[in-house]
Design a protein around this ligand. Structure first.
Ligand code: NAD
Length: 386
């Protein structure tokens, strides 16, 4: 029997379950590249339910308990006296979501003597010290593709919101005003703009494919260049590095994982090489940016807008400057946790656990670290080519 420690975001303040807006979500048959959707033996929830919070329990708590496992679900994750820290030393499996990350630092991994599997419900396992996990023989896995399209949709939403200045216009309408001249004084069409995509993985490609019909000029950089026929189909201009890409775009969408080489990458120097009045949409990870350099670039007008849903640390403190900086379109970390995405990553979490508990091989595409090294998606996406 295993001890499974789940760290999930708190329930809605007005109670669980919430009043749902819709009765069902569409059924998908596969992911865009043909990868199959999660294939657990069973699920005990109705797709479309709120699963990512404590009472939702990713829809797996009753199943795990019925199999005799010890399950702890908590949202209390910060500080030495947190429930997470108290329960960690004898946990076999830790499950956490990037939206409410249980940071598995070197110090915490040292305390987690029994830990065999660090499972990310969603995508993005940078809250785990991956090198340390590899050293300790801990497997790190996530549900690759489960919310990539969710994030791509959110990215398109934010690009349009920034360029057209939607949030400001919405505020005017909410506040009983009709000040057209003020409302349109920062509003542009996206059509014809140069749009850059930094990292053309599952999210980056989905953004390219969704933005192409807006008749923009598309540019990208990824450490693995895309096939020639794909570049031709979307009329993509490839640049040799992030530094080479950013001076050529009006809008930049960032979709790299957070790794030692992307951490802090967007400092004042790099931001100043962008076109004056460029926009950045970053739903990848907050720590890819120098926090205060972004604020200064917005204040000076070097950036015309910044949006994203990732911060550091998370949850962001109430006085985090990105909450109030000018022309921001920030959301809390929600893009990958739509009810639609939750159904997929909860089913994927169950699939991975079923395999792990039965001593079966976890699907290669779900693996980030395994057998003491990067593996599966971790080997192609997290390992840096330079
Ligand atoms: P993916 O593995 O399909 O793609 C990652 C891509 O990044 C790969 O093509 C890889 O080659 C490229 N890459 C890695 N390091 C690079 C570098 N230094 N320079 C250029 N390219 C680099 O992953 P994905 O599904 O597209 O997700 C990407 C990232 O988005 C995740 O790692 C995660 O941090 C973030 N994400 C955020 C949310 C959210 O809710 N906001 C949800 C899912 C994923």
């Amino acid at each position: 029997m295993a001890k499974i420690l789940m760290v999930l975001y708190p329930d809605p303040a007005d109670g669980y379950p919430p009043q749902y807006a819709r009765e069902s979500i569409p059924e998908l048959s596969k992911y865009p590249d043909g990868q199959s959707l999660p294939t657990p033996d069973n699920i005990d929830f109705t797709p479309g339910e709120l699963l990512g919070c404590v009472s939702g329990g990713l829809g797996i708590v009753d199943w795990l308990k019925s199999e005799g496992h010890d399950v702890v679900v908590t949202s209390d994750k910060e500080g030495e006296d947190s429930e997470f820290d108290r329960e960690l030393p004898d946990a076999d499996v830790v499950i956490s979501q990037p939206f409410w990350p249980a940071y598995l630092t070197k110090e915490r991994l040292e305390k987690a003597k029994n830990l065999k599997l660090a499972l990310t419900a969603g995508i993005g396992s940078d809250h785990v010290d991956l090198d340390e996990a590899a050293k300790r023989g801990i497997t790190v896995a996530e549900e690759t593709y489960s919310n990539s399209i969710s994030v791509a949709e959110h990215t398109v939403l934010m690009v349009l919101a920034l360029v057209r200045d939607y949030l400001h216009q919405h505020d005017i309408s909410r506040n009983g005003r009709w000040d057209i001249a003020e409302a349109v004084s920062r509003s542009y069409d996206l059509e014809g703009m140069d749009v850059g995509v930094l990292a053309a993985g599952r999210i980056g490609r989905a953004v390219i494919e969704r933005l192409a019909p807006f008749d923009v000029k598309l540019h990208y950089f990824d450490q693995h260049r895309l096939p020639e026929d794909y570049e031709k189909k979307y009329n993509l201009t490839f640049h040799e590095s992030a530094e080479a890409l950013v001076p050529h775009v009006d809008v930049l969408c960032i979709h790299t994982p957070l790794t030692p080489s992307t951490e802090g990458m967007f400092d004042e120097k790099l931001l100043n090489t962008m076109r004056h009045g460029a926009y950045i949409v970053n739903p990848a990870r907050g720590a890819i940016m120098d926090r205060d350099a972004v604020v200064r670039a917005l204040e000076s007008g070097q950036l015309a807008g910044y949006a994203g849903d990732v911060w550091y640390p998370q949850p962001a403190p109430e006085d985090h400057p990105w909450r109030t900086m000018p022309h921001n379109g920030m959301t809390p970390h929600t893009s990958g946790s739509s009810l639609s995405a939750q159904a997929r990553y909860a089913a994927g979490t169950r699939e991975i656990l079923e395999d792990f508990l039965a001593n079966r091989q976890i699907r290669d595409e779900y693996l980030i670290v395994d057998g003491g090294d990067y593996a599966g998606t971790g080997a192609s996406s997290y390992r840096q080519s330079k």
